[in-house]
Design a protein. Structure first.
Length: 283
């Protein structure tokens, strides 16, 4: 359970950094690029992955898919925040929970007892209540949050498959994924500098470095949690999303002085009930 808690803390911290960064003039592409440069370096320094063990039989299609999806969905998330607002974007990201939950049942053949079913049924309205907020963003560009929802859901499922792949240590797999994402974003940032005359900004690199540190921690602990709960992937999927929502809401109220409605508080209570039921279902 410790790995899940650490992953939740890192995930919420990434959101806090982006929230603070929006107060300044920033370049999202440069922040995301720096993020993966730092994450790639941290993965190498922490684990010293032995790439000589990586052969042609490694799951390269899986690595490439995740390595491309991670930065692409980050960019769509930024576009969604711009056009639809942070509320709808956050809702889309957290509602992506239901894609891996269905995958746990249909793909990973996980058995659901009645307590877990009640917990997941409780989690559905909890998510909707928590994320129901007034937004002044009215432009009808639902394609962005729709891609965010689908993308994060698919990434969750793919990371589960990486956690189950035992022929290579998972830090090596993570290093390869970060490398692919880094190369893609460096190419994108270089294009902007060379052809769109965007200037490199130290502030973007600083924010990107902070995001990279906690993004690395988030994914690392998330994979460890999946290894800890190998037979119950829905536990990780559900508790990660519920935990991020609850912690993020507390941070919003206590630090950023955001206001919550009675419906939001009802959702938080239901989310706590869902988490308790999921923990009970593990026993």
């Amino acid at each position: 359970m410790l790995f899940l808690i650490l992953s939740i803390i890192c995930s919420v911290t990434v959101g806090i950094i982006f929230k603070v960064a929006r107060r300044y003039t920033i370049n999202t592409v440069q922040i995301i690029t720096a993020n993966y440069v730092f994450a790639f370096a941290l993965c190498y320094l922490s684990f010293k992955p032995d790439l000589s063990t990586v052969g042609a039989d490694a799951p390269w299609k899986l690595y490439t898919t995740i390595g491309v999806l991670l930065p692409v969905i980050f960019l769509f998330m930024a576009a969604s925040i711009k056009h639809m607002g942070i509320v709808k974007t956050d809702a889309a990201q957290r509602l992506s929970l239901f894609i891996p939950i269905m995958a746990s049942w249909l793909i990973f053949k996980e058995e659901f007892n009645y307590i877990k079913i009640i917990a997941l049924l409780t989690a559905i309205p909890a998510l909707l209540f928590i994320l129901t907020k007034y937004s002044q963003k009215t432009k009808n560009k639902w394609g962005y949050p729709a891609v965010v929802l689908l993308g994060f859901g698919v990434i969750d499922v793919l990371f589960k498959q990486i956690a189950l792949y035992t022929n290579l240590p998972y830090p090596t797999s993570l290093f390869i994924i970060f490398g692919i994402a880094m190369i893609l974003m460096i190419a994108t940032a270089s294009y902007e500098v060379a052809f769109r005359k965007m200037e490199l900004n130290t502030r973007n690199i600083l924010f990107g470095g902070l995001v990279g540190i906690f993004n690395f921690g988030n994914i690392l602990f998330y994979l460890k949690a999946h290894q800890e709960f190998t037979k119950n992937p829905s536990t990780v999927f559900a508790m990660m999303n519920m935990g991020v929502i609850i912690t993020g809401s507390l941070v919003g109220v206590l630090i950023f002085k955001e206001k919550l409605t009675k419906m939001n508080y009802a959702g938080l209570f239901m989310a706590l009930v869902a988490i308790v039921l999921i923990v009970i279902s593990q026993r």
